[in-house]
Design a protein around this ligand. Structure first.
Ligand code: GH3
Ligand code: MG
Length: 320
């Protein structure tokens, strides 16, 4: 039977509870028990739309319908064993059949058995909401920790650890889909002199400005990371060597043209090493890194402010 209140929202109170109940006799009791607690109640009968409605509320109060099998199906959808976690469920059920409410308990629902009292129901609802709030707060903390553990504190770029993970992931993807992947390693030239002349915190500022310029200079799908002190890595998925060279040259020019806060007359330059997959000597992510590193050191040896690509083919000096 369809409830005459189906889909009704009583008002906009802080927690909205979806009450799923086919029986007109228990509904007024539930409403009387929960109403004074300042919950907004949405009331609906059993039906295929319940899981969708559940996604819009803080908690579901579920009273099993006459069709036990359908109720078990609904429970499975509301509290799946795997996948995204929905709102908590408080089951208000008769003691028989036991299998139903035992299954709900096993899946993590709060269970209130007939005959129930309003204070017990309210306590169960509060308990479920508190547990949900703790879970949400923990999930937020975990996600913030994940962000912090993959971010470089000074520049806000991805850090070395995150870069290493993504390098391996992107390499696997490129291998599997027969795609290209390029890497630019970039090291600032004579950076020690900037620290010595303007101080370490001015040096930090320059690193931040360089990081911002790098981020501006590449696509959103590329990954910019701080590889070490004044060394940066740019990973370019689905990019051939020629494309990577174009990016490297643009980045090199942009860094050169950067007007730094610390001094208008200060110019920062960088040496860049470029390597690409596929290549006969690049069969692993480590080899991509190693060959880009070799190219970078070749650029340093050749005089800095230039790009070298693997296998040691200097394309610079690339002038002004
Ligand atoms: P090269 O052209 O050969 O790369 O010379 P360089 O001076 O850039 O390289 P070197 O390896 O001699 O020095 C790197 C400098 O980078 C020294 C170090 O203090 C500085 N550096 C590394 N990390 C940071 C940082 O987080 N902040 C600041 N301000 N400086 C840093
Ligand atoms: Mg350097």
């Amino acid at each position: 039977m369809k409830s005459p209140f189906c889909g009704d929202t009583v008002n906009s109170r802080p927690f909205t509870l979806l009450v799923v109940d086919d029986s007109q006799s228990t509904l007024p009791r539930l409403a009387r028990a929960l109403g004074p607690e300042d919950f907004a109640l949405r009331i609906t009968a059993h039906g295929p739309e319940v899981p969708r409605l559940a996604r819009e509320v803080s908690l579901v109060v579920l009273c099993p319908g006459e069709d036990t099998q359908a109720s078990v199906g609904l429970l499975e959808r509301l509290i799946p064993e795997e996948g995204p976690v929905g709102p908590p469920v408080v089951l208000v059920a008769p003691p028989e059949p036991r299998a139903f409410w035992l299954e709900a308990l096993r899946r993590g629902a709060e269970v209130v058995l007939d005959p129930w009292t309003p204070d017990e129901l309210v306590a169960r609802v509060h308990r479920a909401l508190a547990a949900q709030a703790r879970m949400a707060s923990l999930a937020a903390q975990v996600s913030e920790l994940q962000r912090l553990s993959s971010t470089d504190g000074l520049t806000g770029l991805h850090n070395h650890r995150h870069f290493q993970e993504r390098l391996r992931e992107e390499f696997r993807r490129a291998q599997r889909y027969d795609d290209s992947l390029s890497l630019i390693l970039l090291d600032l030239d004579y950076f020690k002199e900037i620290n010595d002349k303007y101080g370490h915190s001015a040096g930090d500022g320059v690193l931040r400005e360089v990081a911002a310029a790098l981020t501006r200079g590449v696509r959103e799908t590329d990954l910019v990371a701080r590889y070490g002190g004044e060394e940066f890595a740019v990973l370019l998925p689905r990019t051939h060597l020629t494309g990577a060279l174009t990016v490297a040259e643009r980045v090199r020019r942009e860094l050169r043209a950067l007007r730094l806060e610390v001094s208008d007359s200060l110019q920062v330059t960088a040496s860049l090493g470029v390597s690409s997959f596929p290549h006969r000597t690049v069969l692993t992510p480590e080899q991509l890194l190693l060959t880009a590193d070799e190219a970078l050191y070749q650029a340093k040896r050749d005089g800095r402010d230039r790009i070298c690509l693997h296998p040691q083919l200097p394309v610079g000096p690339l002038g002004t």
